[in-house]
Design a protein around this ligand. Structure first.
Ligand code: HEC
Ligand code: HEC
Ligand code: HEC
Ligand code: HEC
Ligand code: HEC
Length: 172
């Protein structure tokens, strides 16, 4: 009787643990970065290929705190006639027929939003580009978060652009 596992077996277990650990880590990372959506909507197609402007869909981005997510009705303004043979577009049409709202999963969220004031409007009006905060969304099939959205990230841009770093600018 051997007292210890033979080395190859021990190595095998170790490898399995490492693989499981990596898989869990990757899954967590992927979910955190790019959640699945009810419809496979692609920015790469709509911005990159069709050539739509961000503001066509995110209508309130320069008028309010939130950028806003387009309604199914907005999508159907094209898809009543466009690409109606694609399965994902038929899924979309199903929502429209049932008059059901699409529950898009949020990608970006400041963790302690109740304690932090952030508004799109003032940043857009200061001439900051979507890509400075969101990366090159027009090349993404699935939107993922590229900036941490943590305090250090906000403050370092404010420092470099001579915007306020007073605590009360962001915390009220
Ligand atoms: C045809 C409409 C459409 C256009 C044009 C469009 N978007 Fe979107 N956008 C959406 C929809 C629908 C979602 C929600 C689904 C998703 O996250 O992919 C979304 C989600 C996002 C999100 C993630 C929101 C979250 O949950 O955090 C960002 C960031 C974003 N868009 C930025 C942009 C930028 C930047 C552009 C221009 C380069 C753009 N969008 C153009 C429809 C559009
Ligand atoms: C201005 C017109 C327009 C609007 C608005 C629009 N789309 Fe599209 N969409 C297109 C066109 C054009 C294509 C086909 C692009 C191609 O294949 O070259 C397309 C393709 C698609 C596809 C199929 C992708 C594939 O190849 O399987 C899906 C799904 C889709 N759109 C979802 C949406 C959703 C969801 C919205 C609303 C948030 C939306 N679209 C808004 C024009 C539009
Ligand atoms: C200064 C950085 C910054 C810029 C510039 C910026 N965003 Fe955002 N965006 C954020 C942050 C931070 C959040 C998360 C806000 C929250 O938790 O409520 C967010 C969230 C979003 C969301 C999801 C929630 C919502 O607001 O409806 C969309 C969509 C979005 N941004 C689109 C855009 C588009 C389109 C542009 C350019 C026209 C843009 N953003 C420019 C930082 C930025
Ligand atoms: C890419 C650079 C950049 C990033 C990142 C950024 N900001 Fe700003 N922010 C600015 C600039 C520039 C101004 C000054 C705008 C002006 O002078 O009107 C500003 C102004 C503000 C203001 C004051 C104007 C208002 O809306 O009342 C607040 C609050 C604010 N930012 C919060 C945030 C928060 C919270 C974050 C992080 C989640 C953030 N900012 C990230 C560049 C940035
Ligand atoms: C430009 C905007 C901005 C300024 C200025 C700012 N904060 Fe924050 N702060 C944030 C954001 C955004 C978060 C939330 C980070 C997250 O959700 O991960 C935060 C989070 C915090 C937290 C919670 C712990 C943490 O780090 O997440 C504390 C405490 C805090 N801030 C204190 C301060 C103090 C004190 C000052 C002044 C010296 C200050 N903040 C200035 C944007 C700012």
């Amino acid at each position: 009787m051997k007292k210890f596992l033979p080395i190859p077996a021990a190595f095998g277990y170790f490898t399995v643990f490492v693989l499981i650990y990596l898989a869990l880590g990757y899954d967590w990372y992927r979910n955190k970065q790019a959640p699945d959506q009810p419809i496979a909507f692609s920015h790469k197609i709509h911005v990159g290929r069709v050539g739509l402007d961000c503001r066509f869909c995110h209508e309130t981005v320069d008028k309010s705190t939130y950028a806003g997510i387009p309604s199914v009705q907005k999508c159907m303004s094209c898809h009543a006639n466009v690409a109606t043979d694609r399965p994902e577009v038929q899924k979309l049409a199903g929502y429209w027929e049932r008059q059901e709202a699409m529950e898009w999963n949020r990608v970006h969220r400041i963790r302690i939003r109740n304690h932090v004031y952030f508004s799109h409007k003032s940043h857009i009006r200061a001439g900051i580009d979507c890509a400075d905060c969101h990366g090159e969304v027009r090349y993404m099939d699935k939107v993922r978060q590229v900036s941490s959205l943590e305090m250090g990230w906000c403050v370092s841009c404010h420092q470099s652009k001579n915007a306020s770093t007073d605590c009360l600018t962001c915390h009220m």
